[in-house]
Design a protein around this ligand. Structure first.
Ligand SMILES: [Zn+2]
Length: 165
């Protein structure tokens, strides 16, 4: 007799960051070794169901917000602290991300998930003060565009355009 496992979560319908957060929350062991694709897939589904879809998306957006600021050297102590509170094990997070990224190639990504891929939210006070511009120390005028809030403006523009079609 075979048992059919019905799941509400499809790996294809999750962004790379959502898959990372799901793997982080799953029973995946911390040891870095090769796992079968089906096993990784099962852990993603397990983690996603454990966290819940709404919370999964929220954590993934915060993670992406932190990543974008981090890439630009703009993470504040507050944002870093909240990131570490959410993901206390950086090595596990890194490992989860590498495994999750592999599934983008093996499983692909649905259109809906691809659209969410760039969504990012800053958990805390953004260095740009939500203006989209980050001022340089000791100088006047915007020194750089905020990687999160400038991007959010662009995304909002594209969303509005799609909605208008
Ligand atoms: Zn910002």
């Amino acid at each position: 007799m075979t048992t059919t496992i019905v799941t509400s979560v499809e790996v294809r319908d999750l962004t790379g960051m959502e898959r990372t957060v799901a793997l982080y929350a799953s029973d995946m062991p911390n040891q870095r070794r090769r796992h079968a694709k089906d096993q990784i897939r099962a852990w993603i589904v397990q983690g996603a169901e454990r966290v819940g879809v709404d919370e999964l998306r929220r954590r993934a957006e915060y993670f992406r917000g932190w990543r974008l600021l981090d890439l630009n050297g703009q993470v504040t102590p507050q944002i870093q602290a909240r990131h570490e509170q959410r993901f206390p094990r950086p090595k596990r997070l890194e490992y989860a991300e590498s495994q999750a990224t592999n599934t983008l190639f093996t499983d692909g990504i649905s259109e809906a998930a691809r659209r969410r891929n760039d969504w990012a939210v800053v958990d805390g006070d953004c260095p740009c003060g939500d203006t989209g511009d980050i001022a340089a120390w000791g100088s006047e005028g915007p020194a750089m565009l905020c990687p999160v809030h400038h991007r959010a403006e662009i995304d909002a523009f594209h969303r509005a355009r799609r909605a208008a079609r």
